[in-house]
Design a protein around this ligand. Sequence first.
Ligand SMILES: Cc1cc2nc3c(=O)[nH]c(=O)nc-3n(C[C@H](O)[C@H](O)[C@H](O)COP(=O)(O)O)c2cc1C
Length: 178
Amino acid sequence: MNNQAATLWKKATNELLKVELQTHHPFRYVALNTHSDFPECRWVVTRAINDNYHFLFYTDSRAPKVRQILENEKVGITCYHPELKLQIRIKGLAQVIQSGPLFEQHLAVAKNHPTDYTSIHAPGTELAGPAVHKEDLDFSLICVMPIAFDVLLLNSGGHLRAQYKYAKDEWTGFLVTP
Ligand SMILES: Cc1cc2nc3c(=O)[nH]c(=O)nc-3n(C[C@H](O)[C@H](O)[C@H](O)COP(=O)(O)O)c2cc1C
């Protein structure tokens, strides 16, 4: 990787690793893109990002995004840091997790906000009145494993953009025209 591409990689990934420590970090909310008959894009809360930049999100198991991921694991994530003027676009492979130790750990957290996962009807169902809730949670984790990054740093002196991909256990990248 050339110097500028390596510096931009460090800047981008350092910000990703801050998200868990800083509640108000701008990447706490990201746009998650899935496929349906049209592209589907929505805000989600980033619950965790691990050392390999795997993202973890919470959702209702019956949400359309879950079905879309089960049909097509290829997803996109877009993050923007307004102060740094830093955009990160990620291509990744998503997995829906509904059992196991990681699931149980996060289910315990999700139980603090049960109305997010307990509506009687699935998210997106037409309602005649206010949503009614039940006891049990329809809770799923979505884990996204990035395979490619596109990083853009806006700068009045000249924008900087680079693309990176993960292969053979390492990230490599190069500058591209912004
Ligand atoms: C700021 C913000 C944060 C959100 N966080 C989540 C989230 O973490 N998980 C989630 O399933 N939906 C979240 N939503 C709601 C989604 O954007 C979306 O409306 C909902 O999940 C239905 O999406 P779907 O029909 O594509 O599955 C959030 C919405 C906003 C505005």
